[in-house]
Design a protein around this ligand. Sequence first.
Ligand code: FES
Length: 105
Amino acid sequence: MQDQMINVCSLHDVPEGKAKTFVVNDRDIVIARYDGKFYAFDNLCTHDGGILGDGEIYDGEIECPRHGARFDITTGEATMMPAVADIETYDVHVDNDDIFVALSD
Ligand code: FES
């Protein structure tokens, strides 16, 4: 399946240090802004389905609001229990004010 760059939001939609959720092609995708860069990943914690888009970012990691698992927002790696499985991340491209994410059809 081919990835497509899909316009998810404007860079003004996501404040520095925050994460927000957007629905794209019936999927929940989180866009996070950290240190001036943008990252995209799935909105579902691999521990027990926590909503990562509602979480806070600490030192480049998103913390699940349910039980406190953390994931590296650049790689998706699970860095803190109780999650052990990584989350899916997606390539992000910024063009002028728009944020595009590489997603499969
Ligand atoms: S659902 Fe995310 S830590 Fe439990």
